[in-house]
Design a protein around this ligand. Sequence first.
Ligand SMILES: [Zn+2]
Length: 628
Amino acid sequence: MNERRNQRPGRVPAPPSQSLPAISPAARASLRARKDEQGRLRWVLGIGGLAFALIAGKLTLIQLVQRDTYAGQSSVSRIRQINDVPRRGMIVDRNGRALVMNVPAATIVFDANLLVKQKGDPDKLLTATREGLMDALPGLDLAALLPPASEIELRRNNARDRFQPVELVRDLELSNIDLKSIKKLPGIGIVKSSKRALASGEIAASVVGMLGRDANPLAGMELSMNKELVGVPGRRYLAKDLDGIIPGTEEIVSRVKHGNDVVLTIDSVLQSEAETLIQGAVAKSNAQYGSVVVLDANSGDVLVMANATGSELLKSTPEGMRKLLLTKNWAVEGANEPGSTFKSFTIASALDAGVITTNSSFYCNGERKIGKRAVHCAPHGAFQNGHGSQAVSGVIKQSCNVATAEIASRLGWDRLTSTLQAVGCGQRLNIGLNGATRGVFPETESKIGLATLSFGQGPAISPLHLASAYGTFVDGTFRSPTLIHAVRNQASGNVKLTKRGDSVRVFSSDTATQMRELLRDVVETGTGTKAQLAFHDAGGKTGTAQMVENGRYSGKYMASFVGLAPIQAPKFIVAVTIAAPKGDHYGGSVAGPVFKDVMERAMVRYDIQPTRGKRPVTRQPDSASKGD
Ligand SMILES: [Zn+2]
């Protein structure tokens, strides 16, 4: 009864030509090895002990009861093992909108054994198949796949000698083929399957990630959440005869369990808008790459994680690597020096510790000596000899390195580093994605190290770190960001919410309020005027940091802007980073406008009450806007 016993190794097919979505010889071999468990080629038989006994019993019973129907057919009935392939779970956004889905596909198989059974001239049958396939699937090297007619003839005289079925095309999307006409061709079998496809617009491709051959997860959520998404195959046995399945013979060994859906916190509408904006900004400045992170200020939910890779970087990348690069999640995998965006934490920590007040005054002559070393403020605009005398507001507005280093020396190494660690720096943010970077955090205390750390030179953080850390200025509490909202059972609809990360109080709410006022000054009259919103008050900080390549400063810059709005009671945090822009490379002018555009879209989408009217720009951005 076991047909496998009768199988002999068939012809070894040559690979089809490369112009089709072809199957490599290695992949085809792997398919053969896996076909039992995959259940793609369901006519392949297998028999399991208990199930077999049960089903054989059922078959006998049926044949006794329905003697008329089944009389004389027992010799052609076969017990078949069916392996049910689980449906892979969907990845959906916070509103249930699909980001990736399963689309119907088909694997087309040629089984010469069917021609052996079929009546008619083998030569004519083969010609019909060949011509039909050439029409439907041009480019397939049929000579290597179809046997000569003489071999069909030979097998007709020796039924025990069987061909090995040959897979012609695998997982072809049904929309691309005329399945009906292919199905009619002699010797052709169709195995329905499904294929993974990103939803229209490829929204959030860098978060979703991708699958390789055999649904092998390669990146993103597809990889990190594979255990939930993949499901468990089922197995059952049933009896078949020439008329098809014999009713009542099915025996289920294990029921298929479809994969769970993963519900992300992403808002795909805002995500899509942010993707367009960051792609435009990266193209405009001919940058290497860029990203935008938008967080819900009150929950830490990641609403947007948008990434763009520049065309020059793509061109200089080997072709085989481009797809991975196109979907690279710079927002969580890329770590760079934060530069001046770090100054906010030095100042907040000092305010919170009481070593300065917002009325404290500082003097900058452009340089501060620290032992044999020195830190500087780059001369710019009206500040050729440093920033002069300034209050805390001036220090952050003009992004003064010298005064920030002075504040850090009053604060001390321990307090500054513990603040930075409390807002997530140097730690892997657990958002359920593999490859999230820890960044770089200094371990050795030194006076010069304290000074440079205070203005963001030395450490490295990801854009997600940056956005999450600024969330602390909402009310003084650091909230771990969340990207996976829940896991949902496909069949029952039951939802299991993801356990959220801890919220940790870092600053008093008074300090947070003072910081938001200082950050508003940056946008109103400091280096961040290009980030100003039309109808809402925003606060934020610019950053222009040299990128490190191979352990050295590269002369390329990371332009960034991070901020909150409405600043009185923030709803969103937006962090924009653009790597190695050509020409203008300042955070305020390169990343600031993207912040403004993304934040304004968020205000419209969530219908946030305006906090200011649109007013004419009375003050042209002066030289201060060029500071970092
Ligand atoms: Zn200065």
